[in-house]
Design a protein around this ligand. Sequence first.
Ligand SMILES: C[S@@+](CC[C@H](N)C(=O)[O-])C[C@H]1O[C@@H](n2cnc3c(N)ncnc32)[C@H](O)[C@@H]1O
Length: 257
Amino acid sequence: MRAGDGSAGDANYGVIGPGYARFRRPDPRIATFVHRALGGAETVLNVGAGAGSYEPTDRRVTAVEPSAAMRAQRPPHLPAAVDAVAENLPFPDDAFDAAMATFTIHQWPDLGKGLAEVRRVTRGPIALLTCDPDQLDRFWLHAYAPEAIAVEASRYPAMDRIARALGGKLDTHRVPIPLDCADGFNEAYYGRPEMLLDPAARRACLAWSFVDAAAVARFESKFGRDLVGGIWDRDYGFLRSQPVFEGSLVLVVGTAK
Ligand SMILES: C[S@@+](CC[C@H](N)C(=O)[O-])C[C@H]1O[C@@H](n2cnc3c(N)ncnc32)[C@H](O)[C@@H]1O
């Protein structure tokens, strides 16, 4: 089922996509993890490519992105994206040296079919940047917005589900999140908590779009009060200067066939 602008996941990027690239810029330190995992690949498939975050520019990339609003946000130096979905990739078997998918597999309606398709068209490594749902409670946000964390926990596939879907040998690396992370996902604000009071920053983290208005209002009120009153700083203020945070962000790498 594809929504208005072609969106194929559980979110309609025709509505939420236009401001996405303002907050969700690739972080170079996280990019290093993804690019290293691609090994010596010359041809790379990027599935759920969005506005092109984390796409290497020193290899031949084929980007796949179903949402027109997201395709329109790709910068001119990146190749135009193919309008297709992970579950039905319009490429022959073994067409690419490597593949990548960042912050997207949790949105695919059929994870098993999508990952089987990525495996079918890829000879070498497959790098998936995603969140481990079992590690989400490492982040203080669960104390303030348990509803948002619960949404994330229900959307991100468990590591063993990914392993079953991808088959073969998997390596999982925890990815440290830098304090000044350029990519505005929730955990990226671990030491800059005020950012989560900005509704536009929250809109770029899709979990919030599944949280009802009353819960968001409760979060804004309690969290806002604790920030102004110094309660957040008393409990978590050390994070304001902690250089990295190890939260739920992981890179799962399926090795070559
Ligand atoms: C959170 S964005 C991530 C975009 C980009 N990879 C990044 O790291 O910024 C998720 C993307 O996955 C795409 N997507 C959702 N369902 C998909 C599917 N079934 N097949 C391919 N892409 C899908 C969405 O349209 C959206 O652009």
